[in-house]
Design a protein around this ligand. Structure first.
Ligand code: SAM
Length: 250
């Protein structure tokens, strides 16, 4: 069980690699080692590396090192998507970009066998006034590419435009699963103000950026918002934030 992938925020890659090698040489389980997405662990089962179906869909849909590097985040998303498919309500991804994560979730959940719809929101383009940073494949053809990627799934709705304004075009009545990943606070807060009130009992929100210090403005803006609804975010080692809607259980 060995996985070595990309990491972020490194200023001296040679020194970093020497240090990682130093860690491997100084532990009892150098072959049970994970170093990727700013996490270094050893002596863990790494269950996702033993799941052939999941690994196959990761390989099929991940075209860049970064997409592979976030394997632990994607495993968590697939786990909670499987959990949420039994709940009332639809799936949303707010900030879908190329649709990679949505494709992997579809491969690993069999969502097409349920009655659920999967709403994917994004601008798909980048403008200089945007608060979030540009990504390599932002362009005026990305929306069409993502639409074609999902055209065989009529329950997947690809919606272009700025969130939360674009919610007026189409938005679910009830939400079971929300993956929120906009890399900026104001639009995420706007989106969450619409999402939280329509969560079904037990519904899950995964905030992709919540635990990352570089995105701490998102955490600072979102913690009080969740508190208004009696909810709290669990920061995961992956940098994701997890919220389970327990409000209507008690
Ligand atoms: C990190 S990417 C999302 C990656 C995607 N969740 C995945 O897992 O493959 C962030 C996306 O958020 C989108 N975005 C940021 N602010 C937005 C807004 N206000 N409205 C719509 N999309 C926005 C960007 O265009 C970008 O594609």
């Amino acid at each position: 069980m060995f996985f070595s992938g990309g990491n972020f925020n490194i200023t001296n890659i040679t020194l970093f690699r020497q240090c990682v090698e130093g860690i491997r040489k100084s532990i009892t389980t150098p072959d049970h080692f994970f170093c990727s997405d700013n996490m270094i662990t050893w002596n863990k089962n790494l269950s996702f590396l033993q799941n052939d179906k999941f690994l196959e869909s990761m390989r099929k849909h991940s075209n860049t090192n970064i997409e592979l590097a976030i394997i632990w985040r994607t495993y968590i998303l697939c786990y909670f998507a499987n959990y949420a498919k039994r709940l009332r309500g639809d799936f949303v991804e707010v900030g879908a970009y190329k649709g990679n994560t949505a494709s992997i979730i579809l491969d690993n959940t069999g969502l097409e066998k349920t009655e659920k719809r999967y709403y994917l929101y994004d601008t798909f383009e980048h403008s200089d006034i945007d608060l979030n940073h540009i990504l390599p494949e932002h362009s005026n053809i990305l929306y069409d590419q993502v639409r074609s990627r999902f055209e065989r799934f009529d329950f997947v709705k690809v919606i272009q435009g700025y969130v939360p304004e674009s919610f007026s075009r189409d938005f679910p009545e009830k939400i079971a699963f929300a993956h929120v990943d906009l890399n900026q606070a104001p639009a995420e807060v706007g989106a969450l103000r619409r999402i939280i009130p329509v969560l079904s009992p037990g519904a899950v929100i995964i905030l992709d950026d919540y635990g990352w210090w570089v995105y701490h403005e998102q955490k600072e803006a979102e913690d009080p918002l969740f508190a208004e609804y009696g909810l709290a975010v669990l920061e995961l080692p992956t940098g994701q934030g997890l919220v389970l809607n327990h409000r209507d259980f008690f």
